[in-house]
Design a protein around this ligand. Structure first.
Ligand code: CP
Length: 331
């Protein structure tokens, strides 16, 4: 694995290797050893053209816990406002030394374009490209789901296992969601069954070709007894001021309201009797796609998702950079 650009092209073995390495990273950093020396002398550049809290901060924390140097670039306040291109920005940062570039950009395909270019030799990690993909988000979601799934089935450790047989319902603004796309491909690779529930206005063209079961009613989708319910953020900023349906209508028909939470409270992880889980990638619109009670429910894994994001990003940087280091030393 030279770059991490999408989950659509992530092989089963590579996905399991990342998840198992993330488990090791989480185990090590939860003990007294907070920092590993693996990436000492290496530089990770965070190149963010779109706003972020979780992804940017957790890539920074992950790189620092591996002893890498970190350069944070945010397009806001940079020479991008003077018209500097992506190519020139990358070449400028690369000239200061970059072993990995973590890029978030509003243009779908930007990470792949950078990886295919001769602008830099650095490993490229896609931290979200337009509505296309957000692979590390899907990996941290899978890490979170796998822990509950394995524990509910009596396994001492989730390592080496996948999500075969798990039914995951993804709800909401599928049209604008790179999280939904990355989750779809990764969940399918790991053997899970994917269901979508969304208003017709927030579904992309061609969705009927996707390997997922669609529902036009959230209540019908919940009646199909999912093991996990993943709410998506309504991305009003990508709707050009035309939020349709309205926020109130959306909440009434598609929100995880207090009434629907009482339905989810009765769902279980398969036949195990353990409670089903609720995920949200954040940031949340509390009171729109998820009620405050649902966001703070014991079934919710939102804080765990954030913590797992650091472990997954440590694993990705470690695997990409230690591999490229081995290739360099053998050349
Ligand atoms: N989930 C996610 O990508 O959050 P941020 O936009 O805060 O990084």
């Amino acid at each position: 694995m030279r770059h991490l650009l999408s989950t659509a092209e992530l092989a089963y073995d590579d996905a399991l290797r990342i998840l198992d390495t993330a488990e090791e990273m989480a185990a090590v950093t939860s003990r007294e050893v907070k920092k590993l020396p693996t990436l000492r002398g290496r530089t990770v550049v965070n190149l963010f053209y779109e706003d972020s809290t979780r992804t940017r901060v957790s890539f920074e924390a992950a790189a620092k816990r591996l002893s890498a140097d970190v350069v944070n670039f945010s397009a806001k306040g940079s020479s991008v406002s003077k018209g500097e291109s992506l190519k020139d920005t990358v070449q400028t940062l690369d000239a200061m030394g970059a072993d990995a570039i973590v890029i978030r950009h509003s243009a779908a395909g930007s990470a792949a374009q950078l990886a295919a270019s001769d602008w830099s030799e650095a490993a490229v990690v896609n931290a979200g490209d337009g509505t296309h993909e957000h692979p590390t988000q899907a990996l941290l979601d899978a890490l979170t789901l796998r822990r509950d799934w394995a524990a509910a089935h009596g396994q001492d450790s989730p390592r080496g296992t996948d999500l075969a047989g798990m039914k995951v319902l993804i709800v909401g603004d599928i049209l604008h969601s790179r999280v939904a796309r990355s989750n779809l491909w990764l969940l399918r690779t790991l053997g899970a069954e994917v269901h979508f529930a969304a208003p017709a206005t927030l579904l992309p063209q061609g969705v009927e070709q996707w390997p997922a079961t669609g529902h036009y009613s959230l209540d019908d989708a919940l009646a199909a007894a999912p093991d996990a319910v993943m709410l998506l953020r309504v991305q009003a900023e990508r709707m050009g001021g035309a939020f349709f349906p309205t926020a109130a209508e959306y909440t009434r028909r598609w929100g995880l309201t207090d009434e629907r939470l009482s339905v989810v409270e009765k769902l279980t992880l398969g036949e195990t009797g353990k409670p089903a889980v609720i995920l949200h990638p954040g940031p949340m619109n509390r009171g729109v796609e998820i009620s405050a009670a649902a966001a703070d429910s014991p079934q919710t894994r939102i804080t765990e998702q954030v913590a797992n994001g650091v472990a997954v990003r440590m694993a990705v940087l470690h695997l990409l950079l230690s591999q490229s280091h081995q290739e360099e030393s053998h050349s």
